[in-house]
Write a protein that binds this ligand. Structure first.
Ligand code: ATP
Length: 682
């Protein structure tokens, strides 16, 4: 004990007292424990953990561990080198360097022999799951839930058997900003190392940098920072760009800078922020060798930038000399590439010209998967089926798919099969010749299928198409020609087919409401768009809608109060993006001319009742009671939707002994969503 710095002694003493109070009386005197640790203890208590639990700890079988390692193979591969490097620094300090996956399962560790023996007694070893719900407050589990670096010392651990540990841990985020695992250094708390948390942070920055470079190695990579001395350090910003200047990805430091400029870090255009065009920026970077280039921003600020990789341009094989001597050569190369690659050309379109798949990517993992898969079939003759609840953006996705495909210059023709009367579907789809039926126009009409020739036909709510029509549509798809109603001649058509439905088409097939052969024709690739309540990027989406709303209403900018933002991020949005969009539009319309911030009073009354919403004790928000919107609460117990949800989560977590994957399956939500909700329990 004598070797311990005074501050740590005091912290340990306070934690020991806090422990007695908490476990005997259920409360902790003020300032005896950091709010983060107290939050964590309360979570542990809420899921029914017993701090005296000394039972055996389950360790995954070799096969299970192998499976977890495979799932995190990419992170593991890049982390191994970093871990070895760090272990070299702390060798013989009686510590372990640990990497765990999203479930808190240790997938790799390097340990000092002197400590490993003791560590194994508490299962600090590969295969053991250190989620907070299983093993109480601890570095790895708590960092995963807090989504932030943590230091848990001695008696701050929840379980008695772990109070000999000192753990510093930090979550690891992948190149798209999604949490991928947790990095930890643990040792004996009586032998504390002053700078361990700093070392963990630096290691994670290094690992995240490697993850970023590996992900975007084939793109244009730029390092940047508003202060020149930071370029080249672990704190530098990194931005990956496509040849047309679209931002493909940004590391946390760069994302922070983009946010400070109110600019989209995903799918936005890099050069919009600067006075120079993208081609000119790249030219200056290339001609400067490895030197830093100062770019002046349109709002009077500055960013120091350095080119790290320019593979896509180099691969294009352009010469060094500008052909016409006038235009910057990179500009020409960029143009040439855009001309050569339809996808790049499509991405170059501005939002005003229509959404692209890239522009829809706002950080949600499931949506990103759908985008990646759809992108892969663009230009191939494979029909796309988009599934998802009403209002999740299926039509927008279909448009983005079209705009990002080789057919982007052709027509995009939508038809909502549920919105037109049954007897008109046939003529709408296939057209008719003059005088084909009573009321028909003399000159006839071209049907949607024919209108879509050379482009994309989008059949919305295909699940609601009458059976007779399905038969005719099937024939068109098989024969690739259409015969207008009343006509004799088949007209060849070349269309890409995209369909959408809020129903599960397979069920409709099983019920005999949808032809099985047509089902196989329309679902070459099926993507399912997540409902808004399960998306992890609601904040980004809100910012995007606010910007669009500001533009539409001629205002410079529209912001929202922190309270409203919290509400937006936690409300379950039964009407999905359509509802969010409408709420933002209505709230913005209620702003006075001299106001530019949406507050709770501006939220539409019919949704939230006459009283503005009230924040809950969890820091989330719940609507004030209003008829027909919220589920009925228990008589006499005013509980918010958030509270009910968190209770349900806590109950299931208890039932599955903290296994997040099992809990997510049982609750019918993704693991990420559950982590987000668990994060909110703090
Ligand atoms: N990524 C997005 N960014 C901004 N607005 C969006 C986004 N996705 C959808 N929206 C908006 O949400 C609304 C609903 O989108 P859309 O019509 O594409 O949904 P849908 O799933 O096709 O709905 P339905 O099933 O009812 O036909 C539209 O106003 C659309 O502009």
């Amino acid at each position: 004990m004598s070797a311990m710095p005074r501050t740590k002694v005091a912290r340990e003493d306070r934690a020991a007292v806090a422990r007695e109070h908490f476990f005997e009386r259920g409360v902790v005197p003020d300032k005896y424990l950091s709010p983060l640790i107290l939050r964590s203890w309360e979570r542990c208590r809420d899921v029914g953990l017993d701090h005296r639990d000394g039972g055996s700890i389950e360790v995954a079988s070799r096969a299970q561990l192998e499976e977890s390692r495979n799932q995190s193979a990419h992170m593991l591969e890049l982390a191994s080198g970093v871990m070895e490097h760090v272990f070299e620094q702390i060798r013989s300090s009686g510590s372990m360097v640990i990497l765990a996956d999203l479930d808190g399962m240790i997938i790799h560790s390097l340990g000092d022999a002197a400590f490993v023996d003791r560590a194994q007694r508490v299962a600090l070893q590969p295969g053991a799951c250190w989620s907070e719900a299983r093993l109480g407050t601890n570095g790895m589990g708590t960092a995963l839930l807090e989504k932030a670096p943590v230091e848990i010392l001695g008696s701050e651990h929840y379980l008695d058997r772990n109070i000999f540990l000192a753990c510093c841990a930090s979550p690891v985020f992948d190149a798209h900003g999604r949490m991928a695992g947790v990095f930890d250094i643990s040792g004996d708390y009586r032998n504390p190392q002053r700078h361990t948390l700093g070392l963990v942070r630096l290691s994670v920055q290094l690992l995240e940098k490697r993850l970023f470079e590996a992900e975007f190695g084939k793109d244009i990579l730029i390092a940047c920072h508003p202060r020149p001395e930071y370029v080249g350090s672990l704190q530098e910003g990194l931005v990956a760009l496509s040849p047309d200047g679209t931002i493909l990805g940004a590391n946390p430091a760069a994302r922070e800078w983009f946010a400070s400029q109110s600019h989209d870090a995903a799918g936005g255009s890099f050069n919009e922020l600067f006075r120079l065009g993208f081609g000119a920026i790249i030219d200056r970077l290339q001609s400067s060798g490895n030197a830093l280039v100062r770019l002046g921003t349109r709002n009077g600020g500055e960013l120091y930038v350095q080119l790290r990789s320019i593979r896509p341009l180099a691969l294009a094989g352009a010469g060094d000399v500008a052909a016409d001597g006038g235009q910057p050569r990179t500009e020409q190369r960029l143009r040439a590439q855009a001309g050569a690659a339809p996808a790049a050309r499509a991405a170059e379109r501005s939002e005003a010209a229509g959404p692209t798949l890239e522009s829809l990517a706002t950080g949600d993992e499931r949506l990103q998967r759908a985008i990646d898969r759809a992108r892969r079939i663009g230009g191939k003759d494979i029909p796309l089926l988009i599934q998802g609840e009403s209002g999740v953006g299926k039509e927008l996705f279909a448009r983005a798919f079209h705009n990002s495909s080789a057919r982007a210059d052709g027509p995009f023709v939508p038809l909502n099969c549920a919105a037109i009367p049954e007897h008109l579907i046939e003529s709408e789809l296939f057209g008719y010749v003059g005088g084909a039926f009573t009321g028909a126009r003399r000159e006839g009409a071209v049907g949607k299928v024919q209108q879509a020739h050379g482009g994309t036909l989008f059949l919305d709510e295909i699940g609601d198409m009458p059976l007779a029509m399905q038969t005719r549509l099937l024939r068109v798809l098989q024969e690739r020609s259409v015969t207008p109603v009343g006509g004799m001649k088949a007209i060849p058509v070349d269309i890409s087919l995209v369909c959408a439905t809020h129903r599960v088409l397979r069920d409709a097939v099983a019920n005999g409401e949808f032809r099985e052969d047509l089902y196989y024709r329309v679902n070459g690739l099926t993507v399912t768009l997540p409902p808004l309540r399960e998306r992890s990027d609601v904040g980004t989406l809100v910012d995007r809608l606010l910007r669009a709303e500001a533009q539409d209403s001629g205002r410079e900018a529209i912001s929202i109060s922190a309270e409203v933002r919290r509400f937006f991020e936690t409300y379950p949005w039964p009407g999905n993006i359509r509802q969010l969009h409408s709420v933002i539009r209505v709230s913005a319309a209620l702003l006075e001319d001299d106001e530019d911030e949406i507050e709770s009073v501006h939220l539409p009354e019919e949704l939230f009742g006459p009283e503005p919403f009230v924040p809950t004790q969890h820091g989330g928000a719940s609507p004030a009671p209003s008829e027909g919107v919220l589920p009925p609460s228990e008589p006499g117990v005013a509980r918010s939707l958030d509270e009910l949800e968190l209770e349900a989560i806590a109950k299931v977590m208890q039932e599955v002994k903290g296994n997040v994957s099992a809990a997510a399956r049982r609750l019918g939500v993704s693991r990420n969503t559950l982590y987000r909700k668990l994060g909110r329990m703090s």
